[in-house]
Write a protein that binds this ligand. Structure first.
Ligand SMILES: NC(=O)c1ncn([C@@H]2O[C@H](COP(=O)(O)O)[C@@H](O)[C@H]2O)c1NC=O
Length: 528
């Protein structure tokens, strides 16, 4: 299909940025401008000649603007196949003029929801006529140009400047963008109905939306391509929204690891200073202490080898002393709710280090859906936001845990839910002593965690490994006693686990035989 010259344009935009400049450039090319109420007003105020859409349709805009452009004089002009004799005859018979260019952006539905508007106002901001024109024009892109984004005005004008017409390639790209825009718009509306009316958790059609893609240098590996989309709707508060104060561009893996670090750190929001160090989406050191600096030292001691090149998240304002200490090892990303001036100064020396400020930490108990692609489908589940407290714990051994053991159990449990399964976490005095992640059996996770703790003891010259006298968390039940025995061998004195294995009796007996105190949570936290 040849290039299409633009003789008549229909402009109907809620976001009026760049409108007057565009109108002026089109008018200068002799394009007839047709517009809806507010858009026509803005163009006229700039001294441009505009035809009202009501003049074209023979109907006034009515019902609070619900019906303006929904008319055969508009949609006939947009949808007619120009080289189809029947279509052109119909145009002639009904005096329908062709519309060559549509410039539309939609009612600000998202912004209306975001400002906390009442239901009626939100409903009024569901655009009907706009998306209809967008879809008609995009369907008929062989003849019609559809522009839905003010950012595309310069390209449109450049096309007209170059060829006096738009190219099929440009019209196709615009059509694809237009359908994506209306799909995302409808998806936002559908999600709002879900949130507003507490409808089906798993709707018949899953609407996923995102906008403004940030193209990343590459994906998980250099041969993969990647982008970041930020979805619309409530609860959007996390790594994707964090402000980057310094450092290199974030990579795909940085985003993924930073997210894991932030999610775990958020468990300690409002609590004593906490530091989380993450590598490959698993924590390799977590601690809570009197100051962030102490917490950093404790977290680092858990597995200082893995911490190299790690992602660090803290739960409170990052101070200068902690920043200086973090700078002593190579760190990829640091995430904090806020950063002091002295900390900023310390990081300024590390030009590549990415420093992210999140503001308030996300609520770990928030709801929402988690989506995972599989071959031929999407697995969807509710977020793992389940939580237990001390009151939910059931002591199953002869020995009751001491107060300190209980504290360590709960700390280890908090960390374990953020470790890939099979997860085993040793903790003592508010710090992880050893973390075993992602093994195919629980005994190996238990042994790996103990091995890391033994390495730390050797490196720091401690008399004994920190697993001695520690509490151990297991993200799911011990199917056999072997994992628990490995923990006992490493010197652990308390165990926290969901329970529920058919061999619970055997596991409890092994705990009793080793004088361990064991509590059951009744809740499992697999993480894959
Ligand atoms: N009802 C209609 O026929 C209709 N036609 C266009 N609109 C929208 O009206 C807005 C522009 O209105 P105005 O030009 O009055 O500022 C645009 O966002 C456009 O998408 C409509 N509004 C809602 O459905």
């Amino acid at each position: 299909m040849a290039d299409v010259a633009i003789k008549r344009a229909l402009l109907s935009v809620s976001d009026k940025s760049g409108l007057v400049e565009l109108g002026r450039a089109l008018a200068a090319r002799g394009v007839e401008l047709v517009s809806t109420g507010g858009t026509a007003r803005a163009l006229r105020e700039a001294g441009l000649e505009v035809r009202d859409v009501s003049d074209l349709t023979g109907f006034p805009e009515m019902m609070d603007g619900r019906v303006k452009t929904l008319h055969p004089m508009v949609h006939g002009g947009l949808l007619a196949v120009r080289d189809n004799a029947e279509h052109t005859a119909a145009m002639e018979q009904h005096a329908i003029g062709a519309i060559d260019l549509v410039v539309v952006n939609l009612y600000p539905f998202e912004a209306t929801v975001a400002k906390g508007a009442e239901r009626d106002e939100i409903i009024e901001n569901i655009d009907i006529g706009g998306p209809s024109m967008v879809r008609s024009a995009a369907k008929n892109h062989q003849f019609v140009t559809i522009v839905t984004d003010p950012a595309d005005y310069p390209t449109l004008l450049a096309e007209l400047e170059d060829a006096g017409a738009t190219s099929l390639d440009f019209r196709r790209k615009c059509a694809a963008k237009a359908f994506a825009a209306t799909a995302a718009y409808d998806s936002m509306i559908s999600q709002w109905f879900g949130f507003a009316d507490q409808q089906q958790l798993f709707p018949d059609f899953l609407a996923v939306n995102g906008k403004a893609p940030v193209t990343l240098r590459y994906g998980e590996n250099p041969h993969q391509q990647a982008a970041l989309y930020t979805p619309s709707g409530p609860h959007q508060h996390g790594i994707a929204q964090a402000e980057q104060l310094q450092g290199k561009e974030l990579s795909y893996n940085n985003y993924n690891d930073a997210d894991a670090a932030l999610e775990l750190c958020a468990e300690f929001a409002g609590g004593a200073p906490a530091v989380v160090i993450v590598k490959h989406a698993n924590p390799c050191g977590v601690a809570q202490a009197g100051t962030l600096l102490e917490a950093w030292n404790e977290a680092l001691a858990c597995d200082s080898v893995s911490a190299f090149g790690g992602i660090v998240a803290v739960n409170s304002e990052l101070d200068g002393a902690t920043a200086e200490a973090i700078c002593e090892i190579f760190t990829e990303v640091v995430i904090a709710p806020s950063v002091s001036e002295s900390a900023k100064a310390a990081f300024a020396k590390k030009k590549n280090l990415r420093l992210l400020v999140t503001g308030e930490l996300p609520d770990p108990r928030r709801g929402g859906l988690a989506v995972k692609p599989i071959t031929g489908g999407l697995l969807v589940q509710t977020r793992d936001n389940g939580a237990i407290s001390e009151a939910d714990l059931k002591v199953v051994t002869q020995r009751q845990p001491t107060e300190q053991e209980l504290k360590d159990c709960l700390f280890a449990w908090t960390v374990a839910r953020h470790v890939k399964s099979n997860a085993i976490v040793y903790a003592k005095g508010g710090a992880t002593a050893g973390i075993g992640a992602g093994q195919m059996n629980r005994r190996d996770s238990s042994r790996i965690a103990a091995m890391k703790a033994a390495e730390a003891a050797e490196k720091y010259g401690w008399n004994a490994s920190r697993t001695v006298g520690s509490a151990v968390a297991s993200d799911a039940f011990f199917p056999f006693a072997d994992g628990l025995l490995a923990a006992a061998e490493a010197g652990a004195t308390a165990i926290i686990q969901p329970g529920g294995s058919i061999r619970d009796e055997e596991v409890i007996a092994a705990a009793d035989a080793n004088d361990l105190a064991m509590v059951f949570t009744g809740m499992r936290h697999f993480r894959h």
